[in-house]
Design a binder for this molecule. Structure first.
Ligand SMILES: O=C(O)CCC(=O)C(=O)O
Ligand SMILES: [Mn+2]
Length: 208
């Protein structure tokens, strides 16, 4: 963002105008040097995994690398798989402590996604699993190449929005966002740097 000084960089935000949702974007939440350091540290200290999902009897690899970290005792069921989180690393703790004040909640887990190229992606979904509670607050932090993050309303066809998630940005989703909207990061044929995304979540109900 041109014109931002180091004194204002982290605090500058915009609210997206989406009905039945609350979405706030801090385009430069982390300064460029902080974001560069965290990108390297998170890339090198995370235990990246290749997950597979089984749909209609067919097993396919998800088009990205993932990792799940969190407090002991948090569990998350995703596509029928119970995920036990790894213990927090110093870099993850640092990012968690930075995003909790603007989010206004204490997070107890984080899902990491690593998009190696423009061919890595995440398809339409909402983070509306019961373990996140009624109106979950999710803080999404991005490092590396800029990718487009798209929203579409679950019922009102044609109601769409998109934002560019830049290096060091923070996107907060709260209120009815997960109940009423889907989101995705589509594939792109444009050349793009590797990207890491961290979605901090508060698991309020234990997985059954
Ligand atoms: O990579 C992103 O920006 C979003 C990832 C996401 O939606 C998720 O992990 O639930
Ligand atoms: Mn999501």
């Amino acid at each position: 963002m041109p014109g931002l000084t180091s004194a204002t960089v982290g605090r500058c935000f915009q609210t997206l105008d989406l009905p039945q949702a609350e979405v706030i974007l801090y385009p430069a939440f982390f300064s460029a040097p902080e974001a560069d350091r965290l990108l390297r540290e998170l890339r090198d200290t995370t235990a990246w995994r290749q997950e597979s999902i089984t749909l209609y009897g067919k097993t396919i690899e998800v088009p990205r690398r993932t990792a799940w970290y969190g407090d002991e005792g948090t569990r998350y069921i995703y596509s029928g798989i119970t995920n036990v989180p790894l213990p927090w690393t110093p870099a993850l703790m640092e990012v968690k402590r930075a995003v909790e004040p603007p989010a206004g909640v204490a997070f107890n887990s984080v899902l990491l996604n690593r998009y190696r190229t423009g061919q890595d992606s995440v398809s339409w979904h909402a983070d509306d699993e019961p373990e996140f509670g009624e109106q979950p607050v999710i803080a999404s932090v991005s490092f590396g190449g800029t990718r487009t993050f798209q929203f579409k309303h679950k019922e009102r066809k044609g109601l769409k929005a998109s934002v560019e998630l830049t290096h060091g940005s923070l996107l907060i989703m709260r209120g009815g966002t997960q109940a009423n909207w889907l989101h995705r990061v589509p594939k792109t044929t444009k050349p793009v740097e590797e990207r890491l995304n961290l979605t901090f979540r508060a698991i309020v109900a234990p997985a059954q």
